[in-house]
Design a binder for this molecule. Structure first.
Ligand SMILES: [Zn+2]
Length: 109
């Protein structure tokens, strides 16, 4: 499962930075087009933290709108689904953000 791989890499990188201290909260910013199902990610996070110093930590997800730039009319717009189409009707658009996922903060006990 895609979310399990993501959860495992998040847990691994948090462990790397917290050095075994108990972690209470992990905050993640997730782009709308990152292809992540928040509920599935939360479930996998619980699995991935079992037996680590992150066990029992809560995962807070902040979804971020994707943004794109239209090369035809030069406007920037918000994208909420994977169909990249500008309001002017052009599909000649470049995705600026929304595919990334990053840990924004970690609270240790
Ligand atoms: Zn346009």
């Amino acid at each position: 499962m895609h979310e399990l791989a993501i959860a495992e890499s998040v847990v691994a990188s948090v462990l790397e930075h917290t050095g075994g201290r108990r972690v209470a909260v992990v905050r993640l910013r997730v782009g709308r087009l990152a292809g992540v199902v928040p509920d599935a990610l939360s479930f996998c996070f619980d699995l991935a933290t079992t037996g680590t110093s992150l066990e029992g930590a809560s995962l807070e997800l902040v979804e971020e709108h994707a943004r794109a730039h239209c090369r035809s009319c030069s406007c920037d717009f918000v994208v909420d689904d994977p169909i990249l189409l500008c309001g002017c009707g052009s599909a000649d658009v470049q995705l600026l953000s929304g595919q990334d996922l990053c840990v924004t903060s970690v609270e240790v006990l």
